[in-house]
Design a protein around this ligand. Structure first.
Ligand SMILES: NC(=O)c1ccc[n+]([C@@H]2O[C@H](COP(=O)([O-])OP(=O)(O)OC[C@H]3O[C@@H](n4cnc5c(N)ncnc54)[C@H](OP(=O)(O)O)[C@@H]3O)[C@@H](O)[C@H]2O)c1
Length: 261
């Protein structure tokens, strides 16, 4: 691998280094794991007060503690399942005002999984769009003027059978949701999304180590830049979008060129 293709060995990101989120309050829904956890930590380093939301109380509090230590400031945890109206109401009441909302909601199904693989993917995609739409609607009144939402789509290709096509359709719906909400909430708020491709995160914890290695190798062979992402490379796109005041309605693929293939 050439030097240019290597992931960063130390995290010296200018967005973080110049404390670009100083004085801001950042709510990270999904902040206890994976991309969201890294966004919470980097936002704290960039000067923000961070509110970490996840379902698992221990993980959520652990990330808030880490973020608080990095920021030497405030970081708090809310263990709430935001997939229901009740959960979203609880979140709105508990959180107060924020400047930015990051959502990494989406991922795998843990219960009432349909039997057919394609139906599983379709249901994951459907719930992802549904939960993010309702989250934006519920929280729009809690975001201060000049703030933003950054959602999570996914960079995928549709040539891997029905399952892949269903996933692509779901991610396209997130991109459409971002455009729709960006127009609806302008000029006060911005709405954008990050679209990662396969990245090793706890999302894959239910697979065996051997399966995860096989998935990673398969993706390394398909991604034009010849490797999968370092999780911090994905997180920095969320910070870029939070701090880019003239960008709205956009989905940024952080995928090593996968979506071009
Ligand atoms: N990793 C990849 O390969 C990949 C590729 C493309 C797109 N994506 C997208 O990236 C997003 C995040 O993925 P990730 O890899 O960071 O996953 P992850 O490590 O599993 O993190 C998911 C986070 O979301 C929280 N969460 C899930 N459902 C929730 C709910 N109903 N209420 C509150 N919190 C909830 C989880 O909290 P608990 O653990 O407490 O439930 C956890 O903090 C997803 O939208 C996924 O589709 C991932």
């Amino acid at each position: 691998m050439s030097t240019a293709l290597r992931p960063p060995s130390a995290y010296e990101d200018p967005i973080v280094a110049r404390r670009s989120l100083a004085g801001k309050r950042v709510l990270v829904v999904g902040g206890s794991s994976g991309f969201g956890r890294q966004v919470a930590l980097d936002s704290a380093l960039a000067g923000a007060d961070v509110v970490v939301v996840g379902r698992d109380s221990a993980k959520t509090h652990a990330t808030a503690q880490e973020a608080g230590a990095l920021a030497r400031g405030k970081a708090s945890a809310l263990a709430i399942d935001v997939s229901s109206d009740r959960g979203r109401r609880e979140l709105v009441e508990a959180v107060g005002e924020v400047d930015h909302v990051v959502s990494t909601l989406g991922g795998r199904l843990e219960d009432d999984v349909p039997e057919d693989e394609e139906d599983v993917v379709r249901e994951i995609a459907r719930r992802k769009v549904h939960h993010n739409r309702h989250l934006v609607d519920a929280l729009a009144g809690s975001v201060r003027e000049g703030g933003s939402f950054v959602l999570t789509a996914g960079s995928t290709r549709g040539n891997g059978g029905e399952g892949a096509r269903a996933m692509v359709a779901g991610n396209e719906e997130i991109e459409q949701l971002v455009r729709e909400k960006a127009l609806m909430l302008a000029p006060g708020l911005r709405v954008n999304a990050v679209a990662p491709t396969w990245t090793q995160t706890p999302l894959w914890k239910h697979h065996s180590d051997a399966d995860v290695v096989a998935m990673r190798r398969e993706m390394e062979a398909r991604i034009p830049l010849g490797r999968t992402a370092d999780i911090r490379e994905v997180a920095r796109a969320y910070l870029f979008l939070m701090t880019s005041d003239f960008v709205t309605g956009q989905t940024i693929a952080v995928d090593g060129g996968y979506s071009l293939t």
